[in-house]
Design a protein around this ligand. Structure first.
Ligand code: XIL
Length: 362
């Protein structure tokens, strides 16, 4: 009955040369963002800073026009890969460097994209002045507070989600002592960071973010009890995110939906924030067809997990092209971790994601 009606409506439109997609009522979904359900943002990291600085190419986001075109076309969420990290945005104690992140936020606005802010409280990529300085506890606390008010305030109203606390637990589910703020000020500083971020931008969704939380275990347990504790104290915590940096050495995260559901049950949003799937490259450097099929299935496992959980509202991959991926730099002998080749040609993983999104949108 319904099919007949669609056919009836489609015919005259076709005769007029109109797109039949209109009659289907869902858009055809030629890109990831167009294929996605309306309540799910599809994001990518925006390449720049970090490891890119040592590579033989100019800043990708600034200078690679084809890259920017694909970024605009395929995604409706963007995450600065490095441009909002302390070492980049706050290079000297009394100087902030907002230019590169501002450019990303402007690009996002022009292309109907939201922005995920990354990150405010982390042990890594902090500037030398912070790592090597000597501060009293009171000074350190005020340094963090004014950083959060300045950076979150600068982007007030323009950030959908902030990764407030990044990687605060180690593999044993203990607070990471490499995190200078936690080591010096104690774990209570995490709650303060959330409170300050919320005061600076009351509309942003505030997240805990980590890797190694794709399977149940002590790290997930640690996050679950922290989340319960923060919520009981009425700390403005809104979400829990799995980075999902995966390697084909370890198997697909087939229990991820269950992990996310535990946080959904607490009333939190959940998100996938940094998905990539690296593999051991053959001597030729070119993945086999079988490796690419397996990789696509890993991407699908993670997307399916997000789609299965009501409050999972953001699905972000850590770069869309191997051309700029952090993987070969950080995991020697592994690579090919993203959904497109260097020339932006699409891998099987791209099509699998798009098909899965289309099916979920109906
Ligand atoms: C990585 C970037 O991709 C690199 O460019 C940089 O050199 C190092 O950091 N977890 C995170 C991300 O939260 O910020 C990291 O990004 C990858 C692991």
């Amino acid at each position: 009955m319904r099919k007949a009606l669609v056919a009836f409506l489609t015919l005259p439109l076709l005769a007029l040369g109109a797109q039949p997609a209109v009659a289907h009522g869902h858009g055809h979904g030629k890109t990831l963002r167009a294929a996605a359900p309306r309540d799910l943002r599809i994001g990518s990291a925006v390449a720049g800073g970090g490891h890119h600085v040592d590579q033989p190419y100019p800043d990708p986001f600034t200078y690679d026009r084809p890259y920017r075109k694909v970024l605009a076309r395929e995604f409706n969420s963007v995450s600065p890969e490095n441009q909002m990290k302390w070492e980049f945005i706050h290079p000297e104690r009394n100087r902030y460097n907002f230019g590169p992140a501002d450019a990303i936020v402007r690009f996002a606005r022009a292309n109907g994209q939201v922005v995920r802010g990354h990150t405010l409280l982390w042990h890594s990529q902090n500037p030398a002045w912070l790592n090597e300085g000597t501060f009293t506890k009171a000074e350190l606390r005020s340094i963090l507070k004014s950083h959060i008010f300045t950076v979150v305030g600068h982007y007030r109203g323009q950030i959908q989600q902030w990764d407030v606390a990044n990687e605060i637990f180690n593999e044993n589910g203990e607070y990471r002592q490499e995190n200078i703020f936690i080591a010096e000020l104690g774990p209570g500083i995490v709650a303060d960071a959330f409170r300050w971020a919320h005061q600076a931008d009351p509309k942003a969704q505030l997240f805990l973010n980590d890797y190694g939380v794709e399977w149940p275990g002590v790290k997930v347990d640690a996050y679950e009890s922290l989340a319960k504790q923060l919520l009981a104290q009425r700390v403005p915590l809104h979400g829990f995110a799995s980075q999902a940096h995966l390697s084909m050495r370890y198997g697909a995260p087939d229990q991820l939906a269950g992990v996310l559901q535990r946080f959904d049950d607490l009333g939190l949003h959940t998100a996938i924030t940094e998905l990539d799937v690296r593999m051991d490259l053959p001597a030729s450097g070119v993945p086999t067809a079988e490796q690419l099929t397996t990789q696509a299935s890993y991407y699908k496992t993670v997307l399916d997990a997000c789609l299965a959980v009501d409050g999972c509202n953001s699905f972000t991959i850590w770069g869309f092209t191997d051309k700029y991926s952090w993987v070969p730099v950080f995991f020697p002998s592994e690579g090919a971790a993203t959904i497109m080749w260097d020339d932006f040609a699409k891998k099987p993983a791209y099509y699998t994601l798009r098909d899965t999104l289309r099916a979920a949108r109906r």
